[in-house]
Design a binder for this molecule. Structure first.
Ligand SMILES: [Zn+2]
Length: 139
């Protein structure tokens, strides 16, 4: 079965989704703590991306995720914060904000889009115009 809501995940789409999320005062309240930043620094951005992939795959991507609506803690990992900030925390938020319908498993493209969204948000949070962490990782 081919997914009718199939979309390509272009960086432009990620950017416009992040812009749209800024219009929500609820979403805008989520910020990384110093502890989250330290964690990202210690682990490295690629490891954080792996964590994001694992969380999305196990908690969000299934057709009917366990505990849907409550599967993403409000703190404890920078990716959790990013998920609330980007409305990728549960299937209701995905449906409302990203028009990804409930009741079916996510496609690889959709998972890729969510990961880009989460990592894009985290990079904006830690970057602050300098992007020191990213440069360190690449260097
Ligand atoms: Zn949610």
């Amino acid at each position: 079965m081919k997914d009718s809501a199939h979309k390509f995940c272009l960086p432009k789409k990620v950017d416009s989704a992040l812009e749209l999320l800024k219009s929500s005062s609820f979403r805008s309240k989520f910020k990384l703590t110093d502890r989250d930043r330290q964690y990202i620094q210690d682990k490295g951005i690629e490891t954080i991306k792996d964590h994001a992939f694992n969380f999305i795959n196990s908690r969000i991507a299934p057709k009917f995720p366990n505990n849907d609506g409550k599967q993403t803690p409000m703190k404890g990992h920078p990716v959790f914060i990013a998920q609330h900030a980007t409305a990728t925390c549960c299937r209701s938020c995905l449906q409302k904000w990203h028009t990804i319908q409930k009741g079916r498993a996510l496609s690889d493209n959709e998972i890729g889009f969510l990961i880009n969204l989460i990592m894009g948000w985290i990079e904006k949070q830690i970057g602050g115009g300098e992007n020191e962490l990213i440069k360190q990782q690449q260097g």
